[in-house]
Design a protein around this ligand. Structure first.
Ligand SMILES: Cc1cc2nc3c(=O)[nH]c(=O)nc-3n(C[C@H](O)[C@H](O)[C@H](O)COP(=O)(O)OP(=O)(O)OC[C@H]3O[C@@H](n4cnc5c(N)ncnc54)[C@H](O)[C@@H]3O)c2cc1C
Length: 299
């Protein structure tokens, strides 16, 4: 039996399994060639079963959420890309919420606001999943995931489920970047708040984003990490690099920290533009910019 058919037979309705699927439409950047397999499990059990089968066949696997921080290669991905987006159960228990890894951060922050719970207002414009956000310690406006995560549950390399309490969080970093563990779910702790104030804060955050970032354009968010007080966007702007382009990849005119895909940008275009920016900033300031977005290789 072909692997795709075997996966479909074994997983039934618990996952969709497709072969040779272009990745670009699944990303916020609109970039990426075909994956050999694209698998979207509906539950942790289905994810675990799919991974076990893929491992038995020696197929390379990678897990992603909403693909809002990644650039897939133009040649695509040899192996199986698994997306958590359908694992999105959310259970509220007073001030705490248990959520599967694939829940949308934006949807979760809207639910919290409806429940008059404060702590997730910062996340109302971050287009990632909870799993991706914990891994990245995503944050905005002075708040980060580390402020609200109680614990997370994961699947380790041997298919065993574990619980993580110490996440070693720091700026855009967590323990999940040092291991191959797959985050399955997590528990977040919020606080009762003033519903009007929560709505106002979210509205202010959204307006700030709309005023300063290329909202609605194809991107993967901030391209470079802040480090040692260096704000990459400020340097890139000062260096006059807004509008610098390699084919369809262009430094946003609105926010110099973003590269936008203005049409048919390829991963190679984004990589070349990123290199140019790094080189020019180094020549001018002797500062080595570090990438925040992740380039995912074909093999
Ligand atoms: C317009 C725009 C604005 C943004 N604004 C912000 C912002 O304000 N602050 C901010 O921090 N980020 C921001 N981002 C970046 C991005 O949304 C965040 O980093 C987000 O947390 C990524 O989540 P994701 O589900 O899309 O992860 P993906 O891009 O799918 O994956 C990112 C990494 O996490 C890994 N991963 C994903 N899910 C799991 C899992 N369940 N278990 C283990 N590893 C996993 C992937 O393998 C990959 O290495 C922005 C992006 C865009 C496009």
């Amino acid at each position: 039996m072909k692997l795709c058919d075997e996966l479909t037979a074994r997983l039934g309705n618990a996952a969709t399994v497709r072969e040779n699927i272009p990745l670009a439409p699944y990303t916020t950047f609109g970039i990426g060639g075909p994956a050999d397999f694209l698998i979207e499990p509906e539950s942790a059990e289905a994810l675990s079963e799919a991974l076990a089968l893929l491992r038995a066949y020696g197929i390379r696997t990678r897990i992603f959420g909403n693909c809002s921080n990644v650039v897939f290669a133009d040649a695509g991905f040899r192996g199986a890309v698994l997306l958590t987006r359908r694992m999105r159960a959310i259970r509220w228990e007073q001030n705490e919420v248990w959520t599967e890894a694939g829940a949308s951060l934006i949807a979760l922050s809207a639910q919290a606001a409806k429940k008059s719970l404060t702590g997730l207002e910062f996340a109302c414009g971050i287009p990632g999943t909870v799993g991706g956000a914990v891994r990245m310690n995503a944050g905005a406006y002075g708040r980060e995931m580390k402020d609200i995560v109680v614990f997370s549950e994961y699947l380790d390399e041997n298919g065993k489920i574990g619980r993580c309490i110490e996440h070693d969080f720091s700026y855009r970093h967590s323990v999940y970047q040092k291991t191959n563990r797959i985050l399955l779910s997590c528990r977040l702790s919020l606080l009762p708040g003033d519903p009007m104030l929560i709505q106002e804060t979210m509205q202010t955050n959204r307006k700030k984003r709309e005023a300063t970032q290329p909202v609605g354009e194809k991107s993967a968010g901030s391209v470079f990490r802040r480090a040692d007080g260096v704000i990459p966007a400020r340097l890139i702007d000062e260096a006059g690099l807004k509008g610098l382009a390699v084919n369809g990849a262009c430094v946003s005119e609105k926010h110099a920290g973003f590269i936008v895909n203005t049409g048919q940008a390829s991963a190679a275009d984004v990589a070349a533009l990123t290199e140019q920016i790094i080189e020019r900033i180094f020549r001018r300031y002797h500062i080595q910019l570090q990438r925040e977005i992740e380039f995912v290789s074909e093999k």
